[in-house]
Write a new protein. Structure first.
Length: 320
């Protein structure tokens, strides 16, 4: 997944959330709606989240050095995980607290038309942000369902923005429901219930984001499809007899490490093995462009059904 696609979605979400946050706080100050305050905090948290995602993308571009020889690609995972924590602590917990407070100490709404108008405008702006995220994600889904895309995407930005935007739109509907029922019934308890629903929604999204980004932080390997493509690339020529074992690991969203011990015939010479290794690496990079760091360990494969290996056979192990 290209960083540019995620960046466009993040910038669109940041612009929408910043403008929405300002209008929500104004509406809260005028009306006293707890749902509006919760939604204002939600939008502030989302704006901060987008800034963190942009910062993580920038830090991930740092060149590899002695301390981090494989680069800083995982910085994007770190900041995505921080985003999920912020969404939980700032957005969810505060909204739940505010909802409980308004349940125990309810008060009447004033100028109820203001929050309703602001919420309707916010729905339009959030829909624009979600539309951008969907458009960018569709370029990378490759036939996956939305659930599969969120669970298996190696670049965290688009899934994070998607879930945030979906949560934001759902939260706006909860706020509209709470404020609308309060206006219709004259009972401010509905406004408090809307606030509790918003907080619970944020906590749920934060848990999902935390689980998915934690998996990326711990380290994920290539997908089954990419593993199969790499294995086929290794065995596509006549250089290697078999793959003894292979492991993969994402060093960052766009950089896959491939390490494989490959069995060669016992009578191969060093120059032949060197050329064969280079050919195998070229085929792997062609099949899976994200495989940028490749270590091939040649080894002698002796057929267990064959006679004893030649006495002049030399076991050669090298890393390219």
């Amino acid at each position: 997944m290209s960083a540019s696609g995620g960046t466009r979605a993040i910038v669109a979400a940041f612009a929408a959330n910043l403008g929405i946050a300002i209008t929500k706080f104004i509406a809260w100050a005028v009306s006293g709606s707890a749902s509006m305050l919760a939604e204002g905090i939600h939008s502030v948290a989302d704006s901060g989240n987008q800034l963190l995602l942009l910062l993580g993308g920038r830090k991930a571009k740092k060149a590899a050095d002695k301390e981090h020889p494989f680069g800083y690609g995982r910085e994007r995972y770190v900041y995505a995980f921080v985003v999920s924590i912020i969404l939980f602590s700032v957005g969810g917990v505060f909204s739940i607290y505010e909802g409980i407070e308004k349940l125990t100490h309810p008060h009447e709404l004033t100028n109820a038309w203001v929050p309703i108008l602001v919420l309707l405008i916010a729905v339009v702006l959030e829909s624009f942000s979600l539309r951008t995220a969907i458009k960018e994600s569709n370029e990378h889904r490759r036939g996956q369902t939305w659930v599969q895309f969120v669970r298996h995407a190696k670049a965290p930005e688009l899934p994070v923005v998607l879930l945030e935007d979906i949560a934001a739109l759902t939260g706006l509907l909860f706020a509209l429901l709470g404020v609308g029922l309060t206006v219709l019934t004259g009972d401010p308890v509905w406004d408090a219930i809307g606030t509790l629903l918003i907080g619970s929604l944020l906590v749920l999204v934060a848990i999902v984001l935390g689980i998915e980004t934690k998996s990326l932080l711990v380290g994920e390997g290539a997908s089954d499809a990419d593993n199969t493509a790499i294995e086929r690339a290794i065995l596509a020529g006549d250089e290697a007899e078999r793959i003894i074992h292979m492991k993969t690991l994402y060093l960052g969203p766009d950089e896959l490490l491939v390490a494989a011990k490959v069995g060669f015939a016992a009578d191969r010479r060093l120059l032949e093995i060197s050329a064969a290794t280079n050919a195998i690496e070229h085929r792997i990079r062609t099949a899976v462009p994200a495989a940028r760091v490749i270590y091939i360990e040649p080894d002698i494969w002796v057929d267990p059904n064959a006679t004893a290996p030649p006495t002049d056979a030399i076991v050669i192990k090298s890393i390219d």
